[in-house]
Design a protein. Structure first.
Length: 100
């Protein structure tokens, strides 16, 4: 089987991922990634024509609770606890260098 993962490709991907790999790690990763591709080739070789495609091996069932309307917090009471409030809203300090 021809080599599909080269050490140069591993070095390039490691650089993109900001990984500092030594020569031994590059060699090991090259071999391991090639093994992964060989495994994918084994899977591709299987005859799966009679297998029904699925996205989940187990049946899923969402559990929903009843929507119950409850009374919210009083706006004036909440704003009274805030360090700064203005025009019925929370006042927060700027975070992107915008100043008044």
């Amino acid at each position: 089987m021809p080599e599909r993962i080269t050490p140069a490709a591993v070095v390039k991907v490691a650089k993109l991922a900001r990984l500092d790999l030594g020569p031994d790690e590059i060699d090991r990763m090259t071999v391991q990634l090639e093994g992964v591709l060989e495994h994918f080739a084994d899977i591709d070789a299987l005859d799966l024509a009679a297998v029904t495609p699925m996205t989940q091996p187990y049946p899923l069932q969402n559990v929903f609770r009843d929507d119950v309307v409850v009374e919210g917090l009083d706006r004036a009471e909440v704003l009274a606890e805030a360090p700064l409030a203005e025009d019925g809203r929370f006042r927060v300090p700027p975070i992107i260098g915008i100043t008044e």
